[in-house]
Ligand binder design. Structure first.
Ligand code: AQP
Length: 326
């Protein structure tokens, strides 16, 4: 069975990076795989979120997924915190993963920055929860952007160690699916920084809810260098902004980076940006305002979790440990 699990945090508006790095690939893979697509709100709260905003964003992200073409009738679209198996398995995996492994995670270093001592424990253990998300459903493939590759490798290490420690071939080792010419879309203000929902500058990203005028303004203001565009991708070395703009164009025009280089060789970036504007972006402003229907995933994860518990030596789950004096 080939099964996909992938998720997005409800930390703000979806942007072009989320679309090209993740959602567009989800939509394209839907016919080949059984899919679970998740709004990962437990990941979002590893950094501060306003509660009302988080609730609204959770619905908004699910609506944007559906507006982008995710088929919620055929596949499972759900909210992470509504399925207890994620947190339960994450704790078991916290006890499998090694501190040395987590210490190598670059995303924690980037997100915690200079204030490492003030970061939440959740932010540090984030990759173990991501491993639980994937392994709870025995997913075989995980479509992600380049930024999540290291976390996927960690998931494979955790699965391998669990299987070896307890002598059970319980978890398959999931394969990352990192597809297309824009697997790491960079900020429109700084080609060395990833396009991100939480970047303070609105001009750093194109949101999927931006209207045509806003997109035009953002592209016109996008940072580039004064050099002419080269013939080959290799010549983009050391030119992060030009590489980013060409990569995005190639992805949106559904062509290779080499084809985009050939098309714009000898032109300035401004000329490339004019072409950008003729390309179709997904319009998630047409998405349903409210997305209240989640197909429960309990059927899958609850059947499977007891086997992980038993392998680990834990007794069966009680629904609630309740005292009669409550
Ligand atoms: N810039 C990007 N280029 C390509 N892919 C990207 N993804 C995110 N940013 C880019 C992919 O989108 C999926 C969902 O990501 P996420 O929302 O769960 O977390 P993130 O990677 O931390 O995204 P952001 O936008 O940077 O959120 P904040 O600012 O809240 O941290 C993943 O598959 C990711 O690879």
């Amino acid at each position: 069975m080939r099964r996909i699990f992938s998720g997005i945090q409800p930390t703000g508006n979806l942007h072009l990076g989320n679309y090209l790095g993740a959602i567009r690939n989800w939509v394209r893979l839907q016919d080949e795989f059984e899919c679970l697509f998740c709004v990962v709100d437990l990941h979002a709260i590893t950094v501060w979120q306003d509660p009302a905003e988080l609730r609204a964003n959770t619905r908004r992200i699910a609506a944007a997924m559906i507006a982008s073409g995710v088929d919620a009738e055929k596949h499972i679209v759900f909210v992470q915190s509504q399925v207890a198996a994620h947190a339960q398995l994450a704790w078991i995996l916290n006890c499998v993963a090694r501190l040395g492994w987590l210490n190598r995670m670059t995303q924690f270093k980037e997100k915690a920055g200079k204030h490492r001592e003030n970061a939440s424990v959740g932010l540090y253990a984030y990759p173990n929860l991501m491993a639980a998300d994937i392994l709870a459903y025995k997913a075989t493939h995980v479509p992600v952007g380049e930024d999540q590759k290291q976390h996927l490798e960690l998931t494979r290490d955790i699965a391998q160690k669990f299987n070896a420690d307890f002598g059970v071939p319980l978890f398959p080792l999931p394969e990352p699916l990192i597809l297309g010419p824009a697997t790491r879309v960079m900020s429109l203000r700084d080609g060395k920084v990833k396009m991100s929902k939480s970047d303070a500058s609105e001009y750093s990203r194109i949101n999927m809810t931006d209207d045509a005028d806003t997109i035009r303004r953002k592209i016109q203001k996008a940072t580039s260098d004064p050099g002419l565009l080269p013939d080959t991708p290799e010549e983009l070395e050391g030119r992060p902004e030009a590489a980013n703009l060409l990569g995005i164009y190639a992805a949106l025009a559904d062509q290779t980076l080499q084809a985009a280089c050939s098309q714009f060789a000898g032109e300035c970036s401004r000329r490339l940006n004019e072409h950008w504007l003729t390309l179709q972006l997904p319009d998630s402003s047409r998405s349903p305002r409210k997305c209240a229907v989640w197909r429960a995933t309990r059927g899958i994860s609850m059947r499977f979790l007891p086997r992980a518990r038993t392998a680990r030596g834990l007794l069966p789950r009680l629904l609630c440990a309740r005292s009669s004096t409550w």
